[in-house]
Design a protein around this ligand. Structure first.
Ligand code: HEM
Length: 262
């Protein structure tokens, strides 16, 4: 039913879809940013599970140094000889960086829009447990970003922050005689430092919170209301977070306890 005003102004003669909006929606639209967050976040979680599978090779009973270094070498030459040298590794790294940048951009834009919509104030009422974790996503995301920079400097590049025993040139000979980077001994040397081990364990907890809330947000943002679907997402969120925190955090702890050694 149209109002008296609409009848007088004749606006009810215009199809709803063609009526001028009072404020044009911001671009890119928020639903698109949320979709980008969900897709890039899923790629990053998939990477973390894949990365964990590789990291867990440090627990193989029979010569873990060989298995771990073999795996790092395999990753570098993946899809050889279909594509030359380290092409796949660089495409893989490029995809990760792209996902990270898009994830950050979308997250910050949504956050700024929400803040402006509240007139520049924080949320005042009814802060539930989910809201509380949600409000700290920007901080946990920032900590993870700082961690990634440290982690790459520490274990991939070995610049400045790395253990004095670290060497990006440390070499290990595979059984077929190929000399590869000794990623395993770099990892052990790094986690032999109690402060670094503690930092990794703490950050893995932050990662778990971030992932848990991120997966849970996907179902809310896209209007999943069916009880069963919501339960499945809650379960997936908890399982992914637990696997990542327990699997990863156990490694620096195991080095500190002398379970993983050179
Ligand atoms: C205790 C947990 C972790 C361990 C033991 C670990 C171990 C490693 C090692 C040894 C490398 C270097 C591999 C090489 O040079 O061949 C590496 C690379 C990397 N890690 Fe981790 N990592 C952990 C957690 C994480 C987390 C939580 C993230 C992301 C949030 C992450 C992201 C990366 C990235 C992006 C690379 C570079 C991959 C590449 O392009 O070569 N790692 N990690």
């Amino acid at each position: 039913m149209s109002s008296q005003f609409e009848e007088r102004s004749g606006i009810d003669q215009i199809p709803v879809a063609k009526r001028p909006a009072t404020t044009p929606p911001p671009r890119p639209q928020t639903w698109l940013l949320k979709l980008i967050m969900a897709l890039t976040g899923s790629v990053l979680v998939a990477f973390l599970l894949f990365h964990l599978a590789g990291n867990l090779k440090v627990y193989l009973p029979d010569d873990p140094r060989l298995h771990f270094n073999e795996y790092a070498h395999w990753l570098r030459g993946l899809l050889n000889p279909l594509v030359p040298g380290e092409t796949f590794l660089w495409v893989f790294r490029g995809t990760l960086v792209l996902c990270l940048v898009l994830h950050l951009y979308s997250g910050l834009t949504i956050k700024i829009r929400a803040w402006r919509a509240r007139g520049g104030r924080g949320r005042a009422v009814n802060v539930t447990k989910h809201h509380l974790v949600g409000r700290t996503m920007i901080w946990s995301g920032g900590i993870i970003l700082a961690f990634i920079i440290f982690h790459l400097l520490d274990l991939t590049l070995g610049r400045g922050v790395a253990s004095s025993k670290f060497s990006s040139a440390a070499s290990y000979d595979l059984p077929d005689g190929t000399a590869v980077t000794d990623a395993y001994s770099n990892l052990v040397h790094s986690f032999e430092r109690p402060s670094v081990a503690a930092f990794y364990v703490l950050v893995m907890m932050v990662v778990a919170f971030h992932i848990n809330h991120g997966i849970w947000s996907i179902i809310n943002d896209f209007g999943g209301t069916a009880k069963r679907t919501r339960n499945v997402f809650l379960f997936l969120a908890a399982v992914a977070a637990l696997i990542i925190v327990i699997g990863n955090a156990s490694i620096p702890l195991a080095v500190q306890l002398g379970v993983i050694t050179l």
